[in-house]
Write a protein that binds this ligand. Structure first.
Ligand code: NAP
Length: 267
């Protein structure tokens, strides 16, 4: 719905690339003032220019932020307040991931992912939450993955961190509902973003084909398709949804049960 976010201010962490950029673009196109935040200006600056093309240049800012550092997160919140006066939507999308067998995961590898995903989501939520509590309204959307509840061999760090974020989502939803703050999680399905390819998640056509085969709907998704659903969860249409997780993965997490065995048996 055009202009449904008119007058609202949204922060998207990791908003310079992949899904984060698509969500920031979508919110801006529908009227929101947008703040994109991540570590690298080489990601943020081109994304800011792209977003400015679908809205007005003064409706978007980029704020260099490492979400692992609470002082930098406080700066992000201060900059947002100074420029736009309020914070209506926080999307915790920043993440890092790489595939590795658990027995080969180093302490630093574990920390790298858990600190971005779990600590970063907490720092952003708790600091932005202070402002939302003062306002008496707000919406926090945490981007997770279905392996937050299924687990996932090969990404124990990310699965553990996303599971923590899911628990945080439900906890804050219950605590902050009476302040008018909604907190939800969104678990997108397999998206062939540059990051997913680079981190050996679906780096080859063969790997992508294997992923597709396991998805009941038979396809992967796009960041644009996922951004529409994320926008719905942040919109007034979702005003009675809190503490929930929306999954959009083509049925992937349900698994194939006995299908492979039956197909094998029938040749
Ligand atoms: P992506 O492009 O790598 O997005 C991650 C973003 O996080 C980047 O923009 C990165 O920017 C930012 N970031 C990393 N460390 C940060 C830090 N310390 N502080 C601030 N920002 C940081 O990956 P994506 O594929 O779009 O994934 C987006 C979200 O969807 C993630 O939460 C991911 O777990 C989730 N997801 C993805 C898939 C998939 O198939 N791709 C499936 C399920 C869930 P900088 O490098 O500039 O900091």
């Amino acid at each position: 719905m055009p202009n449904q976010f008119e007058g609202q201010v949204a922060i998207v962490t990791g908003g310079g690339t992949g899904l984060g950029k698509a969500m920031a673009l979508n919110l801006a196109r529908n009227g929101a003032k947008v703040v994109i935040a991540s570590r690298k200006l080489e990601n943020l600056n081109p994304a800011k220019e792209e977003i400015a093309k679908v809205t007005k240049a003064e409706q978007v800012i980029a704020c260099q932020t490492d979400v692992r550092d609470p002082e930098q997160v406080q700066n992000l919140i201060n900059q947002t307040k100074e420029k736009f006066g309020r914070i209506d939507i926080l999307i915790n999308n920043a993440a890092g991931n790489f595939a590795v067998p658990s027995e080969k995961l180093t302490p630093n590898g574990w920390k790298a992912v858990v600190e971005i995903v779990l600590n970063g989501t907490w720092f952003c939520s708790s600091i932005a939450g202070q402002e939302m509590i003062k306002q008496g309204s707000g919406c926090i959307l945490n981007i997770i993955a279905t392996y937050a509840w299924t687990g996932a061999p090969g990404v124990v760090h990310s699965a553990s961190a996303k599971a923590g974020v899911l628990a945080m989502t439900r906890t804050l939803a219950a605590e902050w509902g009476h302040y008018g703050i909604r907190v939800n999680a969104f678990a997108p399905g397999a998206m062939v973003t540059e990051a997913a390819s680079k981190n050996l998640l679906f780096d080859t056509e063969k790997a992508q084909e294997q992923v597709r085969k396991k998805i009941p709907l038979g396809r992967v998704t796009s960041v644009e398709e996922m951004a529409e659903l994320a926008a719905f969860l942040c919109s007034p249409k979702a005003a009675f949804i809190t503490g929930d997780v929306m999954t959009a993965d083509g049925g992937n997490w349900l698994g194939r049960g006995f299908m492979d065995l039956m197909e094998h048996a029938s040749g």
